[in-house]
Design a protein around this ligand. Structure first.
Ligand code: ZN
Length: 309
């Protein structure tokens, strides 16, 4: 009798064990590596592709870049919570970590979404060029959000900086062009202090200029007159949402983009993108996409070629 009771107790244990094994096997079968991605922050792309997502954040900028080794960089965060909603469309639901957030300049359409972003995501590093002398709206909100993010805060100064991101990727921050030329007329213009940079993944490249105007563009072209390859790029984020103040012919010829990305709200009040800029792009044979008409746009690069997904 005693012996029989003992065997009976084992039956549910064996049954549940078999069920558990079955569930694990089914998960692995149906979800594959996704099952294990839940336990890891970084998702390695085995296809070795870099992805550039121009997020659709209305009238503003937010560009999310995923590198083959899983590193993720966000350039600007839009004006509001739409950055979180847009990111959730391209990031895995369990992925709540962004390695680096670059804030080009503290205008609302570039940094307004910061509080919402830090509430949802852990951030490794925030890079900006905001010093104590700059005056802008909601500075207290901006600083509070950076403090609450827990990220390492790096304030760029005037010099150019080159960062090796590993796995064939590099990032180059252009110098503070206005201070480099001591251009006093523009000393109070935040757009001209935009953090500009270029990301290369092997033979492909992406360059952004924030809201820099044609004056800064001209200074940049002058600065790299003896080394024009520094400005050469495959993909150019068209400056200042396609505003008439940016994208001079001189700069477009110097950067030689194969594609222009324009981030602007549909039917915005600023008239972005400016018709004259679109005509200039057309005349120079530079195709473009705009969030205002195309919504979010994703580009992929295998290091040799790039394409729109
Ligand atoms: Zn802007």
């Amino acid at each position: 009798m005693v012996h029989k009771e003992k065997n009976k107790n084992y039956i549910p244990f064996i049954f549940y064990s078999i069920c558990l094994v079955l569930v694990i096997v089914l998960c692995i079968y149906f979800l594959g590596r996704d099952t294990f991605a839940i336990f890891s922050k970084r998702e390695v792309d085995e296809s070795k592709e870099m992805k550039i997502h121009m997020l659709n954040v209305g009238q503003g900028d937010a560009t999310f870049i995923e590198f083959p080794d899983g590193m993720q960089i966000l350039i600007d965060v839009g004006r509001d919570r739409s950055v979180v909603e847009s990111l959730s469309e391209v990031m895995r639901f369990n992925n709540r970590f962004i390695d680096m957030v670059i804030l080009t300049h503290p205008d609302a359409d570039h940094v307004g979404g910061l509080s919402d972003l830090v509430a949802f995501y852990d951030i490794g590093m925030i890079i900006d060029r905001v010093d104590d002398s700059q005056d802008f709206d909601s500075r207290d909100v901006y600083e509070k959000a950076i403090g609450e993010s827990g990220a390492v805060h790096i304030e760029l100064h005037d010099n150019a900086i080159e960062m090796n991101l590993g796995d064939g990727s590099q990032m180059y921050f252009f110098p503070n062009i206005i201070n480099a030329y001591d251009y006093d007329d523009l000393i109070d213009d935040r757009n001209e202090y935009s953090v500009m940079g270029k990301i290369t993944y092997r033979d492909t490249s992406f360059l952004w200029v924030g809201d820099m105007s044609h004056i800064g563009e001209r200074l940049l072209v002058e600065l790299y007159r003896d080394d024009p390859s520094m400005l050469d790029t495959d993909i150019l984020q068209i400056g200042h949402h396609g505003s008439k103040t940016s994208s001079s012919e001189l700069f477009l010829r110097a950067t030689t983009p194969k594609l222009g990305l324009i981030s602007a709200g549909a039917d915005n009040n600023y008239g972005h993108p400016y018709k004259g800029v679109l005509e200039r792009l057309y005349r120079l044979g530079i195709p473009h996409v705009c969030t205002c008409t195309d919504g979010a746009v994703t580009l992929a690069s295998d290091g040799e070629d790039w394409w729109i997904e």
